[in-house]
Every structure is written in C-alpha cells, then in structure tokens.
Design a protein around this ligand. Structure first.
Ligand SMILES: *Cc1c(COP(=O)(O)O)cnc(C)c1O
Length: 356
C-alpha cells in the first residue's frame, strides 16, 4: 500500500529541548494513520499530529477494544536511524489483534510505516546516551454502536516521541495477595489497554504503602510470580537466572526474549519455568537470591531492591555492574550499533532502502 505524506508547514522541533524531555508528553510533528472498513485497510497517510474527532458512542470508549505496541528507534554511530526487532513487534501487534477480534496489519506495511515515519522525524531522534525515539503504534475500534460486539471499523495510528535516558532507580515491589493482573484464559498476553486500567488501583495502593509497583502473582492460587505489569521479571538464584514461563497470562516481552538469548549465548544457566513467591523467599532466606530485575523496552533493565509479600520483606543490595546492568549495556550497545548484532535484531533505516 502506498503511504501518502502530508508535511507539516512548520516543524515544532525548534521549540523543543531534546536534552530535557518529560516522558510521554512531547510528540514529533507527524503521525501515521490508516482506517479499516469493508474488510480492508484504507488511506495510509503520514500527516501532522492532530486531534481526533470521535462520536460519543465510539465503542472503544465503552468496551475497550484497543491494543498497542511500544518500540524504540536509535541513531547509530554513523547517525543512521536503527529499528530494534520491528518484525517481532509487528507479530506481537497481530497476536494482540487476533485475541481482541481486531484486524491484522500486514507486517511489511507495519515496518514500512514505522520506517517512513522515523525517516521523516529523523531530526527528532535524540542522540544522547540512552536517549531514543519511542514509537507507539496502536489500534482501536471506531464503530459508533452501543452494543457488545466486535467493531467492524478501526483506526491504526503510529505516534513517535523523543525520550530522554531512563535513569532508573532500583524499584520496590509489592507482591499482591489481593489483586491480580491477568488469569489463564484472559487477555494478559495481549498488549491491550484494559490490562493497564485493571492494574491502576492495586498500583495506587502499593504506592500508598511506599512501593513502586506490583509484582503480580497468578490469578488462580496467588502463588506464582507473573510479571510487573510494564516489565517482565527475572530472579537470579545461585548462578541460575529464572524467569516465569509465559503461559497466556504474561506479556511476552521482547526485551525478555532478547535477555534470554543473550544469557544463552553467554552460557549463563537460565530457566523459563513457574516460580512461586515461596521459592523466592526460601532462596532469599538461604542467602541464594542474588538479584531480581525487570525487563522492558522503556527502561531495558531495572534492579529490584525490595519485595514485600504479606508481612515479609526481601531486601537486596544493588551492586554496580551486576548482571542486569551488563545485559542492559549489551542490549543498548546492540540497539545503537556499537556492538555487532549477531542476532539480526537491528534494522538500519536508509531512505529508499527496504528494511524488511
Ligand atoms: C510491553 C509490556 C512488557 C514489556 O515488553 P517489552 O516488549 O520488553 O517492552 C511487559 N509487560 C507488559 C504487561 C507489557 O505491556
């Protein structure tokens, strides 16, 4: 499909300080957008970011048929924009779409749209260490109908945002024995908006107790660790890295997958399996819990300093250059083209060259 381009008259870039950007609030000049109707995608366009006009009966507002992705573009040492694992993001978007009764987006069109938008917004990619252009593709239902049924029309948009380095402090997690994020058979594996809405209350309660985020446990027994809600979770027990096996209720993080591949490459023992909160506490009490960290596109890797569960608390020292930080600098190095990419994860974006 041809992508029409409607350029902005005057870029807003001159009024933005790329060295001081609050996360999630500063958008580039253009967005990609297309509409689904009559069983097909239409009107693929890159145009100035503008407000949408929606009927109050827009069914996403009422029933939440909505999905998204989050990925990043970087500039390599030569100044060429690089996408990180765009195909895997396209596939995950389509897996989410399938689960939420939404139409697929052709993988090549997805990559082409991201690529053309990133090229157009090249000047917005911040170059400082750890900075990036955050890419937010999302899709939502547009039928104007107050009935519970899959919509027949949808909008797909890609926004891009310059983001500053994410200097992450170690986080304190509260393992909830009261609230759940997702259960087997539900939509935990889909990157769908409702999962976030459903998590807000428990997260707010955790913050009131002085914790940063919830460590979600499984929805059936409140026993097995799932993830943190914007991040997947890793436990280092002895010399072995353990992360919960994805079971339909856990989001399949692309950072998680990248870390597992890096660990395997470096022959660091790692296991994807069910891990109970009791096992985590038992390992801690035996002095075998060496570290806990989260993984996700935004922060790459975040150290966990505390885990509270009922009336017990794990306190972990966060060491410099620990495994999480090593994985983070490996991945950042690969993402920025500073470390050779033997996995074929990175896709440089040149004008007129197909990246797929
Ligand atoms: C996006 C997301 C993650 C992290 O996935 P990445 O692909 O590594 O960014 C983890 N958990 C949830 C619920 C998510 O939505």
């Amino acid at each position: 499909m041809e992508i029409a381009i409607d350029h902005i008259a005057v870029s807003r870039l001159a009024s933005v300080d790329l060295t001081n950007i609050p996360f999630g609030r500063v958008f580039t000049d253009h967005m990609f957008s297309m509409d689904y109707r009559d069983g097909k995608w239409h009107d693929a366009t890159i145009e100035p970011v503008s407000e949408l006009s929606l009927h109050p009966a827009n069914c996403t507002l009422h029933y939440g048929q909505s999905i998204f992705e989050g990925m990043k573009a970087f500039k390599n040492l030569e100044g060429t924009p690089i996408l990180f694992r765009p195909k895997m993001h396209a596939r995950r978007l389509n897996a989410s779409a399938e689960r939420m009764c939404m139409p697929a987006v052709d993988e090549e069109l997805f990559i082409d749209a991201v690529k053309q938008l990133v090229l157009l917004e090249e000047a917005w990619i911040p170059e400082g260490e750890g900075s990036a252009l955050y890419i937010r593709p999302f899709m939502f239902a547009t039928d104007e109908f107050l009935g519970v049924a899959p919509s027949e029309t949808f909008k797909f948009i890609i926004l891009t945002l310059p983001v500053a380095p994410y200097y992450s402090q170690p986080v304190k997690l509260l393992a909830s024995d009261k609230y759940i994020r997702a259960a087997i058979g539900g939509v935990g594996e889909a990157k769908t908006s409702g999962n976030y809405a459903a998590s807000l209350y428990a997260s707010k309660k955790a913050m009131e107790e002085g914790y940063d985020q919830i460590l979600w446990l499984d929805g059936k027994e409140f026993k097995y660790a799932q993830e943190v809600g914007t991040m997947n979770i890793f436990f280092v027990i002895g010399d072995t890295v353990v992360t919960p096996k994805t079971d339909g209720a856990i989001l399949k993080g692309i950072t998680r997958d990248s870390f597992l591949q890096l660990l395997k490459r470096d022959q660091i023992p790692c296991e994807e399996r069910a891990i109970s909160i009791d096992e985590v506490f038992a390992a801690y009490e035996k002095g075998e819990l060496n570290a806990v960290f989260g993984s996700g596109t935004a922060a790459v890797a975040v150290d966990v300093s505390h885990i509270k569960y009922k009336d017990r608390v794990i306190k972990l020292p966060v060491e410099d250059n620990n495994l999480a930080q090593q994985l983070k600098s490996q991945l950042n190095g690969i993402r920025k083209g500073e470390i050779p990419d033997h996995f074929d994860w990175t896709h440089p974006v040149f004008a007129g060259v197909d990246v797929s």
